[in-house]
Design a protein around this ligand. Structure first.
Ligand code: ATP
Ligand code: MG
Ligand code: MG
Ligand code: MG
Length: 467
């Protein structure tokens, strides 16, 4: 059968509800009160304190469809968008949790039951990984579920860079963590890539769809771990990756929801070829930026607001690459509402506001984009391999080009940016600004000093703090 994304969400929640789980709504992209995390990067974020034992819920089993953003901090996939079949900045994670209730056996068996009996994925195309020392999970897969041993792969924690993948999951650099077992789908030999743990595992043939984390520890800043009050389960499956399989396509970008957004991006940029990579980037970024606005993040020059600004400007630059010279990006909000507004009414309710926030940012960036691109183009022309740091800085400082945007352009042409030079130029400008600020302050003090020696003194100590 083929499933729409709406059917996939509902089937998932119904399945876990039938196994005694309480359905919990998605939390916002901005985690409440958690300085260790920039954005909600997985379904467990809203339950972090429940794992740590400092928050109690009226249930011990939960399930949700969580909106996630991986564009800053740990688990950053911004640079993967447009390059792999499976990564987005914004995506939806299907999850189920046990808070000191069931553990490995139920978790893995239910995952298998849902995938093979409900969604009816062909069992012979599925593989599993387990943490290298986790004999218990290995035995559940091979002896109880019946997966052939050659399709159960042991993978370590990536210490020393042995593997690219990593079967020890952490939400952030500190906090709840534990060994995990992941389920992969083999899209077939016509696609490049090796199985998990192999040298070419980064390809898109074997795609990771579901991570089952056995939450057991709380990691401190120094890397030491102490056991959680009770062993817990935390799982996460990418909705778009599962949808690709169930809709018989390879890439997440080919599923129903994304095709609608890609067509809208093509309409606004007047492009016929729906395979054009920039359309995927634009389709990805409209989701991320619209949901960020809905969750209260507006473009700014620092913190979350700067991530928001970077994503919007990246999308606009891709539109510019396709020939757009005037604002277009905000016009995709209505298309997003059409495909995601039923599942997330907040974007429908805030449609006008989201459109306006994006439009303002777009108008602003279009004022400097063309001139900035001319500078970038000429700096990258004529066989240069690296964009000089001072040019990248000038683009940043005068034309509003975030470093990652210049990087994105350079990478498209097989070139790179001198990032160390960029940071050095930025430092130099900061120290010049500090020196100039001190000069102004001294002049101000001379003046107030004449009028009132005492105020001058207070200001002097304030000035000392500033410099
Ligand atoms: P990958 O190795 O493919 O980057 P991951 O190991 O980083 O994935 P997890 O942190 O284990 O992913 O997250 C659980 C699940 O969420 C993954 O198995 C995948 O289905 C989905 N997922 C993770 N990152 C993304 C993303 N950037 N876009 C879409 N889905 C994702
Ligand atoms: Mg990843
Ligand atoms: Mg992985
Ligand atoms: Mg994983």
């Amino acid at each position: 059968p083929t499933f729409s994304v709406a059917e996939i969400r509902k089937t998932f929640l119904d399945f876990f509800a039938s196994k005694g789980h309480t359905i919990v709504p998605s939390s916002p992209l901005v985690p409440g009160n958690d300085p260790t995390l920039m954005f909600t990067n997985s379904g467990m974020v809203q339950f972090k304190d429940v794992f740590l034992g400092t928050d109690k819920r009226p249930y011990t089993r939960a399930t949700s469809v969580q909106t996630c953003l991986r564009a800053g901090g740990k688990h950053n996939d911004l640079e993967n968008v447009g390059y792999t079949a499976r990564h987005h900045t914004f995506f939806e994670m299907l999850g189920n949790w046990s808070f000191g209730d069931y553990f490995k056996r139920e978790s893995l068996k239910w995952a298998w039951e849902l995938l093979t009996e409900v969604y009816k994925l062909p069992a012979e195309k599925l593989l599993a990984t387990v943490y290298e020392e986790d004999d218990e999970a290995y035995d559940i897969w091979t002896q109880e579920i019946g997966l052939p041993p050659e399709r159960v792969i042991r993978i370590g924690d990536n210490k020393g860079g042995r593997y690219k993948s990593d079967n020890f999951w952490m939400m952030a650099d500190t906090g709840p963590c534990g060994p995990c077992s992941e389920i992969f789908y083999d899209h077939g030999p016509h696609i490049a890539g090796g199985p998990p743990g192999s040298p070419d595992e980064d390809g898109d043939r074997f795609i990771e769809i579901w991570n089952n984390v056995f939450m057991q520890f709380d990691m401190a800043e120094d890397g030491s771990v102490k056991p959680l009050p009770a062993p817990c389960v935390d799982t996460g499956m990418g909705l778009e990756r599962l949808a690709a399989i169930l809709q018989h396509v390879h890439s997440n970008y080919e599923i129903d929801l994304f095709q609608a957004l890609i067509k809208a991006a093509a309409r606004e940029t007047h492009i016929d070829d729906l395979e054009t990579p920039s359309l995927k980037v634009i389709a990805d970024h409209i989701r991320a930026t619209a949901f960020l606005v809905a969750d209260g993040v507006i473009p700014s020059n620092e913190g979350r607001g700067y991530v928001q600004r970077r994503i919007i400007r990246r999308a606009i630059r891709h539109g510019y690459k396709l020939g757009q010279k005037t604002p277009f990006f905000h016009k995709l909000v209505k298309d997003l509402v059409a495909v995601m507004g039923d599942a997330y009414p907040k974007i429908r309710e805030q449609e006008a506001r989201i459109t306006e926030v994006l439009k303002v940012e777009e108008e602003r960036f279009f004022e400097t984009l063309a001139n900035g691109m001319d500078i970038l183009d000429s700096a990258l022309a004529g066989g240069a391999k690296v964009l000089p740091g001072d040019v990248a800085f000038k683009l940043h400082d005068t034309y509003g080009f975030p470093l990652d945007l210049s990087n994105d352009v350079a990478r498209e042409r097989g070139l790179s940016v001198d990032e160390a030079g960029f940071h050095a130029a930025m430092e130099q400008q900061k120290s010049q600004a500090r020196a100039a600020g001190k000069f102004k302050m001294d002049r101000a003090l001379e003046y107030t000093g004449a009028a009132n020696a005492f105020t001058g003194y207070t200001q002097l100590s304030e000035a000392a703090k500033v410099v």
